[in-house]
Design a protein around this ligand. Structure first.
Ligand SMILES: O=c1[nH]cnc2c1ncn2[C@@H]1O[C@H](CO)[C@@H](O)[C@H]1O
Length: 321
């Protein structure tokens, strides 16, 4: 099979579907550069049970792709989760109330599946994380070699030197589990963080949606069905005539890394107070005299620019294909 060809990246998508998650998943399924070897689910846009149901729905035609259910609570066992039905609809998929999927999640938790795959293909698996980072942090805690064995973690999260989208301090995925995010950022894994400082440049317009609607591609048709709620939310919240392509941009950073540029440094996450969920990048240009929580922390990559027109074009082409 072509997917086994050299140079094809194995990816696991950790996801809380979610309208833009659906688009990112479809994009991956349509991209010859990657082979989707599994989905793991998490709360965020919806609760985890619904995320699993939606994930199964989105890959219903691909019974070869396992779906592993993730954590129902934050890494500190918190149950007061901030889910955003006003962004994605009560069902997470634009209030379409699709029938229950026929598929079932596998009999393995998301962290266990992540650990298993990282051990099976050391250095070869990329996790594309589109929700709060609880499952990834659990994998890091459960298996001390996970951070080394996982090839790369490309995550949609953070607001680097810009306002957040949950509140002025925090981006939604990091705010969803800041303790988990701090564990991931300081784990030593190869990480590329794509924050809303970048994804807010990538807008799918009304005209783009019309073009998608005129396509006969089944993924384009599906997206047009569910995008209404997401467009309404953006009009209300940002007065924009279009929607931000957060998750698809992170997926593109895994599929075609040349479309983003990055900087490097240590990232830490504020875990409490009014700036809970704030992500701060230390560029390591100054050697501070004091030993602090930043000293000797590993560097990660943080996206700083994106070729937005190329991302939108690629997303459109692949969905309409
Ligand atoms: O305004 C918002 N509040 C909360 N979550 C949002 C908002 N817009 C998009 N997302 C969701 O959170 C991630 C980006 O931060 C994306 O995964 C998107 O699905």
């Amino acid at each position: 099979m072509a997917a086994a060809a050299a140079g094809v990246k194995k990816i696991i998508i950790d996801t809380d579907p979610g309208i833009d998650d659906a688009m990112a998943i479809f994009l991956a399924l349509r991209s010859p550069e990657v082979e989707v070897i599994g989905l793991t689910t998490i709360y965020g846009n919806v609760y985890t049970t619904l995320a699993t149901r939606n994930a199964l729905h989105l890959v219903a035609d691909r019974i070869d792709i396992p779906v592993a259910e993730g954590s129902h609570v934050s890494i500190t066992k918190g149950t007061r989760l901030s889910v955003v039905d006003f962004v994605h609809g009560a069902d997470g998929l634009g209030n379409q109330n699709f029938p229950p999927p026929e598929g079932k999640p596998i009999d393995m938790s998301a962290p266990d599946f992540l650990i298993e795959q990282a051990n099976l293909y050391p250095g070869k698996v990329t996790v594309v994380a589109l929700g709060p980072l609880t499952n990834i942090a659990l994998a890091i805690q459960q298996d001390p070699s996970f951070a080394k064995n996982i090839g790369q973690i490309v995550l949609l999260g953070g607001a680097f030197a810009v306002n957040g989208n949950t509140n002025p301090a925090a981006e939604a995925n990091i705010f969803g589990d800041p303790d988990a995010a701090d564990i991931v950022f300081t784990s030593g894994a190869d990480i590329l963080a794509v924050g809303i400082n970048v994804t807010h440049q990538v807008v799918l317009t009304d005209a783009d949606r019309d073009k998608l609607a005129s396509s006969t591609g089944k993924f384009a048709q599906f997206m047009c069905k569910i995008l209404g709620v997401y467009f309404d939310y953006h009009r209300e919240a940002y007065s924009t005539k279009g929607v931000y392509l957060h998750d698809p941009t992170a997926m593109i950073a895994a599929i075609k890394p040349s479309l983003v540029t990055c900087t490097e440094g240590a990232v830490r996450v504020q875990t409490n107070g009014i700036t809970k969920g704030l992500t701060l990048l230390y560029n390591k240009q100054k050697r501070f005299a004091e030993i602090t929580e930043w000293t000797d922390q590993p560097s990660v990559k943080v996206a700083v620019t994106v070729d937005a027109p190329a991302v939108v074009k690629l997303v459109m082409e692949r969905l309409m294909d």
